[in-house]
Design a protein around this ligand. Structure first.
Ligand SMILES: Nc1ncnc2c1ncn2[C@@H]1O[C@H](COP(=O)(O)OP(=O)(O)OP(=O)(O)O)[C@@H](O)[C@H]1O
Ligand SMILES: Nc1ccn([C@H]2C[C@H](O)[C@@H](COP(=O)(O)O)O2)c(=O)n1
Length: 263
């Protein structure tokens, strides 16, 4: 069957060896380092590969996943200005609806702090200057975190933040997930700034909770992130919440959205 799959160029699904633990087409897997030298694999390895085949469809010749939509991980993107309350609301959603919260900013900060990280200095430079880290770094961190969680419902907070994020996600992840909607926390600029400064004064330890970084972050948000929200709005995929009231009031609206969406 494996040989048939390879010869026919058909798509079949298998787990692991690929950079995501959900099934992906062989033609995509083949690009993975682990399979780059597949021609040198001996029979026993090939046999074990055959065991890993989950489904094979000789009728499908594209690179598209065969995995049914309902089995793919469900994704909600959470967007809004710096300090709009994305993280605060995500914690509440996690408690109530059992999502896994993945904050792109947190993942980048973790990677920056990781000993031996080749991206530490680059990430610090981008964060301090309110710029958006290249998607290759962020998307890989997100994918790894999804993989490691072993779960199937994710709030992806602070991503996609610009066109580069969106393009990279579309290339690397879009086919592997079941995208639900964008949860957009719309908050006045002054409120955002006040909240971030208060967070900094409260000892957040973040190198960007200061006025100088905030000016740049807000500029980046207006120039680069808002167009992404508008893009999803045009597709009818944005659920907007007024993020100015208290966290409890905001969460009531969030609950309405998630309940209505069937979670
Ligand atoms: N509705 C709210 N009313 C008042 N304060 C809030 C509200 N929501 C969050 N906060 C506070 O504002 C600060 C920023 O909130 P949070 O970290 O959730 O924002 P964020 O959108 O995730 O920020 P960032 O994008 O900078 O990571 C925190 O100190 C939080 O406690
Ligand atoms: N998609 C992302 C998300 C975050 N960053 C960097 C740049 C942000 O200013 C910083 C902090 O993010 P936050 O915690 O405020 O969501 O992290 C990025 O480059 N790309």
């Amino acid at each position: 069957m494996l040989y048939a799959a390879i010869r026919s160029g058909g798509t079949y699904l298998r787990r692991d060896l690929c950079n995501f633990n959900y099934s992906v087409p062989f033609s995509v897997c083949r690009q993975h380092k682990a399979l780059q030298y597949h021609q040198f694999l001996d029979k026993s390895i090939l046999r074990s590969l055959i065991n890993k085949v989950v489904t094979y469809s000789s009728s499908t010749k594209s690179n598209k996943l065969i995995m049914p939509e309902e089995k793919k991980p469900q994704i909600v993107f959470v967007l809004g200005g710096p300090g709009a309350g994305k993280g605060t609301q995500c914690s509440k959603i996690v408690e109530r609806y059992h999502f896994v919260h993945l904050s792109a900013g947190d993942l980048l900060r973790e990677e920056r702090a990781r000993e031996g990280s080749e991206y530490g200095t680059l990430i610090e430079d981008y964060i301090r200057n309110g710029k958006i880290v290249p998607v290759e770094v962020t998307c890989s961190l997100l994918e790894k975190a999804m993989q490691n969680s072993g779960k199937n419902r994710f709030l992806i907070d602070g991503f996609p933040r610009n066109q580069d994020n969106l393009d990279g996600w579309t290339r690397q992840m879009a086919d592997k997930v079941n995208f639900q909607f964008v949860l957009f926390f719309n908050c006045n600029e002054d409120t955002c700034v006040e909240r971030c400064l208060a967070r900094g004064q409260g000892g957040s330890g973040r190198s960007d909770d200061n006025l100088e970084s905030l000016k740049k972050r807000i500029q980046t948000y207006n120039n680069d992130s808002l167009p992404i929200i508008k893009h999803y709005e045009q597709l009818g995929q944005v659920k907007q919440v007024d993020a100015n009231p208290s966290a409890e009031e905001v969460f009531k609206k969030v609950e309405d959205i998630f309940s209505e969406a069937g979670f």
